[in-house]
Design a binder for this molecule. Structure first.
Ligand code: IMP
Ligand code: MG
Length: 174
C-alpha cells in the first residue's frame, strides 16, 4: 500500500511518560473499590492496555464499539453502537478510555448511553484532545495531550484502518 508522509507529533517515549502520570492521578483521585475501564474500539486499544497497567487499583476491563467516521477524515455526525459491553456497569465507577476527542459527537453519545445504565460515576480519559472542531460540549476529566487541528495516526489511531501499529502519534500529511 502507498505510504503517505508521516511526521512524528508525540513520540512513544513522551506517550509512555504521560500515561504513567495519568495512571498516578487516577489512582489518587478514585475512591476505594473497583473501577471499570471501558475502551472504545478500536482506536483506544493501545492507550487502554498501557493505561490499565499504569493504574494499580482493582479494575475490570471492558470494550465498546462505536463507529462514526466511515472511511474519511471527518465525522459523519452519525454514531452507531457496533459492539456492546460484556457486563453490567450498574453501581460501578466507570472510566471511559478514548483515543481522541474531535467533534465530541462520539463521546456525548456514549456518555448518554452509559448514564442510562445507572453507574455510580462516569468519567472520561482521552489520550488526545483536538478542541478546535468541537460540535458538542463534553466533560473530559483527564487529557493526555491537547493537539492542533491536524489528522493524526498511530498508537491505535487509523486512517482507513491503516497505521494503528505505529508506536508514535504522527501527523498524516497530504
Ligand atoms: P468525534 O466524535 O468527532 O469526537 O471523533 C472521535 C473519534 O473520531 C475518535 O474516537 C477517533 O476514532 C476518530 N478521530 C478523530 N480525529 C481523528 C484523527 O485525527 N485521527 C484518527 N482518528 C480520529
Ligand atoms: Mg475512536
Amino acid at each position: 500500500m502507498a505510504r503517505a508522509n508521516l511526521r512524528v507529533l508525540i513520540s512513544a517515549e513522551k506517550i509512555a511518560e504521560r500515561v504513567r502520570e495519568l495512571g498516578s492521578q487516577i489512582d489518587a483521585d478514585y475512591p476505594d473499590g473497583p473501577i471499570v475501564l471501558i475502551g472504545i474500539l478500536k482506536g483506544a486499544i493501545m492507550f487502554h492496555a498501557d493505561l490499565a497497567r499504569a493504574i494499580t487499583r482493582p479494575m475490570r476491563l471492558d470494550f465498546i464499539g462505536i463507529s462514526s467516521y466511515g472511511k474519511g477524515k471527518t465525522t459523519s455526525g452519525e454514531v452507531r453502537l457496533t459492539r456492546d459491553l460484556d457486563a453490567s456497569i450498574e453501581g460501578m465507577d466507570v472510566l471511559i478510555v478514548e483515543d481522541i476527542i474531535d467533534s465530541g459527537v462520539t463521546l456525548s453519545y456514549l456518555t448518554q448511553v452509559l448514564q442510562q445504565r445507572k453507574p455510580k460515576s462516569v468519567r472520561t480519559v482521552t489520550l488526545l484532545d483536538k478542541p478546535d472542531r468541537r460540535m458538542r460540549t463534553v466533560d473530559v476529566k483527564y487529557v493526555g495531550f491537547r493537539i492542533p487541528d491536524e489528522f493524526v495516526v498511530g498508537y491505535g489511531l487509523d486512517f482507513a484502518e491503516e497505521y494503528r501499529n505505529l508506536p508514535d502519534v504522527c501527523v498524516l500529511e497530504e
